[in-house]
Structure formats: C-alpha cells, structure tokens
Design a protein around this ligand. Structure first.
Ligand SMILES: [Zn+2]
Length: 330
C-alpha cells in the first residue's frame, strides 16, 4: 500500500518557474537547464519503479516515496522506503545510462556513455549504506530493531553493469528495475521472523509521515540570480509572450490577442516558487502581475480565494497550491 506518493520534486518546479522568467541569454540559463534535464530524467527513473511496486501485495508492504527524515544530527533522504513486518527495504534509484563500472579500488562509480564520455560519481552503494544506518538510528530511537536491506535500482534496462574481476559480490545490491520483485522475494525468504505487527506498522507509518520534512530551498540564492533579473508579468499560455494586459476583467495578450481570465494563477505560482513560498503583500503582487491598482488586485485575489492573513495594509497572501503535491509541470 502506498503510504506516501511520489510527487514532482519542488526543485524541478522552481527551476521551471525560473527558466520561464530569466532572459534567453542569461548567463546562468545553461546551468539551470542542464540541472533541470538531469532532475527530470531522475524523476522519470524513479517513476519507472512504480509499475513494479504496484504488483506487490498491498497488505504486506507499506511504501513511502521521497522521504526526508532526521536522525537527530542531520537530515537524510530516501528515494523509496518499503516497510514489511520482518524487514525494511531502502531503494536508491539511479537513471544512469551507458556502461557503469563499480570501481572497488577507488570506491567510485564510473559511467561511460554512448559517446564514450567518461564521468565519475560517488559510489551509490556506500551512499545507500549511510542512509540505512541513519534509518536504523531513526528506528532504534523509537525502540524498533528490524533488519534493513537496500538495493540500488538502475532504471534503464539497457545500462551495462561492470566491476573488477573477483568483485561481482559488490554488485549483489545493484539491479535493473525489472528484477526488483524477484530480488525482493529473496529478501523476504531471508527474513521470516515477524518483528512488527500490523498495528506496529501503522504506528511507524504515522511517525514517518509526521516527521517527513520537505527541504525548502531559495532557488535565486542558490544560482546567485538577482531579483531584478526575474521578468515579471502574466505569461500568455498560447504564445508565451508577456506581460498580458489587464483589460475589462480579463487578461489580454498584446501579441496573439488571446483572452484568459485566469492567466494570473500560473504567474502567482511562479512568484511564490521564486520567493520560497514567503507571504506576499498586495503591493508585491500588483508589481509582479503588472496590475495598476491595489483594489483590482484585492478583488482578483479574493475571487481566486487566495489564502491570506491580516487586514487592510498589513494583509499578506500565501500560496494556494501545496507544491509538495504536484505531479506534472504545466
Ligand atoms: Zn499570446
């Protein structure tokens, strides 16, 4: 049973908002675009395991996607955690293509892509072992002592896996996505002793969900992009030009003449994503949407039931969307 679904990572949503609103020739654009391509491929890779997990018996396994928990000192992230009455399984999903060589001497992963380009990564086996030990600490703090297993899932069936002669054992934990269920059966056969009752499992599930802490992240600060580089205004969904003009109660595109009453909703989403979801004043929203008067903005915001607090000049607005629960980019 899926206890925590997988949603579109907020970093992807922030990159997307940023790419829409910086100049085509902005010096940081290439950097952001390549980060975005990598993250979208990663998200797609993670989604590739969902089909296989959907075949698991619902009652036996509780599944949590995209977790961020704290073991006390620091946070650790888990792509997928599977809770069973006899064991916990952690899955780390990698969408690397080409040939992967697990180098036992230097403890790193070397990828050679189809063009022959070579790239090094930290050894994911080590990384996931660290996650297992953090999860172990998290569970022990709650007096739960249960075996923890892990797999590195390679989401592309065509990826070739290699290691040095005599080290094949190293790859026992690394598998292509199509072998996930078979390998889970082996894990299940190796752990027959029930540690948790169904009631215990539900209790742990509640704690995990309660303590999951999504990472908030100031994207402008991260890329060192100044606020003045962000192009403001409502964007036309049809031809992408902006700013759309507010005219007789609707938004009009000066280029393709499209009229759209709710075009400001996406612009509001962008400004909240780029402002780290901080509350915004009427004045800030007016400026961003190019609305000439505070009264028009107030009417518009109240018509779209924008969440707010405070009154009169002190009123601030909050995002209407829970960005942690979005599945696709617009
Ligand atoms: Zn247009």
């Amino acid at each position: 049973m899926i206890e925590k679904e997988r949603f579109l990572p907020i970093r992807i949503q922030k990159n997307h908002a940023l790419l829409k609103r910086i100049a085509k020739n902005h010096p940081k654009r290439l950097n952001i675009e390549s980060d975005q391509t990598r993250r979208l491929a990663g998200y797609k890779g993670e989604q590739a395991i969902d089909f296989h997990l959907s075949k698991l018996p619902e009652k036996e396994f509780l599944i949590f996607h995209d977790l961020r928990l704290s073991s006390g000192k620091h946070f650790f992230q888990i792509d997928t955690l599977i809770l069973n009455s006899a064991f916990v399984l952690i899955l780390e999903v990698k969408n690397y293509g080409g040939t992967l060589y697990f180098d036992p001497d230097f403890n790193q992963l070397i990828q050679t892509n189809s063009k022959g380009e070579v790239k090094g990564y930290p050894n994911p086996i080590e990384q996931t072992r660290v996650q297992c030990s953090e999860m172990k600490k998290w569970l022990l703090k709650r007096n739960i002592n249960i075996p923890i297993e892990f797999f590195i899932i390679i989401s592309k069936p065509s990826t070739i896996l290699k290691t040095a002669p005599g080290h094949a054992k190293m790859l026992q934990r690394v598998l292509h996505v199509q072998f996930l269920l078979k390998s889970m059966e082996k894990i299940k056969a190796a752990h027959k002793k029930e540690v948790l009752s169904p009631k215990d499992m539900k209790k742990i599930s509640r704690s995990i969900l309660k303590e999951h802490t999504p990472k908030n992240f100031d994207i402008l600060k991260h890329y060192e992009i100044s606020r003045s580089d962000i192009q403001t205004g409502v964007i036309c969904k049809v031809c992408s030009s902006y700013p759309m003009k507010r005219h007789y109660g609707t938004w009009c595109c000066t280029k393709c003449k499209t009229k759209d009453k709710s075009a400001h909703i996406t612009a509001l989403k962008d400004i909240f994503l780029l402002n780290n979801s901080s509350p915004l004043s009427n004045q800030q929203i007016c400026k961003f949407l190019h609305i000439p008067s505070g009264d028009i903005a107030k009417k518009l915001l109240s018509a779209s039931k924008q969440r707010c607090s405070g009154s009169k000049k002190g009123r601030v607005y909050f995002p209407n969307t829970d960005y942690q629960q979005i599945k696709d980019l617009e």
